[in-house]
Design a protein around this ligand. Sequence first.
Ligand code: GUN
Ligand code: ZN
Length: 437
Amino acid sequence: MRKAFRGEILSVAHDPRDDPDAVRHEADGLLIVEDGIVVARGHHADLADRFADVPTETLPGLIVPGFVDAHVHYPQMDRIASHGAQLLDWLDRHIFPAERAFAERAHADAVASAFLDELLRNGTTSALVFPTVHAHSVDALFEAARERNMRVISGKVLMDLGPDGLADTPDLARSETEDLIHRWRNKGRLGYAVTPRFALTSSDDQLRVAGDLVAAYPDVLLHTHLSENVHECAAVAARFTDARDYLDVYDRFGLVGARSVFAHGVHLSDRACTRLAESGAGVAVCPSSNLFLGSGFFDFGQADAHGVRLGLGTDVGAGTSFSMLHTAGLAYQAALAREDPLDPFRALYLATAGSAALLHIDDRVGSLEPGQEADFTVLDCAATPLLDRRTHGATLAERLFALQILGDDRAIYRTYVLGNCAWDKMTGFTARIMEAS
Ligand code: GUN
Ligand code: ZN
């Protein structure tokens, strides 16, 4: 079935630093969607005659691609805003106790549902997600994602050096991951990521298993944390005395490649940046989390000088908001702390097509180009009295920047998944249709 959406449309398919024509904007645009896929897009004046017979919905606000959260933890949503500690203590005090509760499948189901609804309320339609060490935490998330038709990539967390109640073994890491890959890989809109938590929670044997898995299943992603916090970096250096730097630890186990996504990368050596760029691996920048845990400011200048591929992640529960708009605004502030002003169109790119490229789903989502899946969100520049005042009569760049600095879930008027409205600020969630495939 064909549907048409009329409104102001904006997307940024490529990094505007590399491609001056990356920004695509139709002030009065038309998006034609057939069976969930964009089949045409352009100025209303150019397309209206050709698609005159297609039922058309006019959307108020700015239509942008659905956000792609390149790094987020679903089991941590109820521990967001936990006070008082940097990374390693925060994990011990707040996060590991929360993750232990996922031994119970019903708990995982309930949190997975609430988590995905929260993504949709924030305009996020795709995400790369950490679950817990429990294999059924992946089942819970994937089943909830299929109920909503969302693009979700995840994989059982590997952590044989984890605390009591959360430690697996190298053998379990291998067998449970293989079983999950066989059951879930590429089912509908889902994808799998081999997910060692970080270097400190896996033995050498388990990191070797992760490398074997990545080599055996070349279409999965590798998802982990890298160089986030100074105390973590010191502990990694103390354990892996032969490694040239933190990234080199992962490299020695075959974990650095074009399908590797590393969260944070706040404290990277120039050598590591060179190696990231040469391997095609990417970094999910998580400014909200970095500020909350006192980890530091991501160095956009250093990463850009080396050509490191970047996306944007909320990293909830260390991140303090599910909003990718708000996270884009914090990316601007983190960049400026190192005297790099982040362009609002580039920030939108990082939150959509950039993250999609990192997750290797940019052929499917992220820029609303014909042939892509029709995941989009409608932004309301008048969502609050202040946003309304600040954006009244403003240029597109000014409106976009104001949305990033002042906006959050309040600015999400609607979220569409495969051309169907999944969230409407006025009426809430739409009834769900289980995916057929
Ligand atoms: N490093 C290892 N585990 C975690 C986690 O759960 N959150 C963050 N922010 N960093 C980590
Ligand atoms: Zn994280």
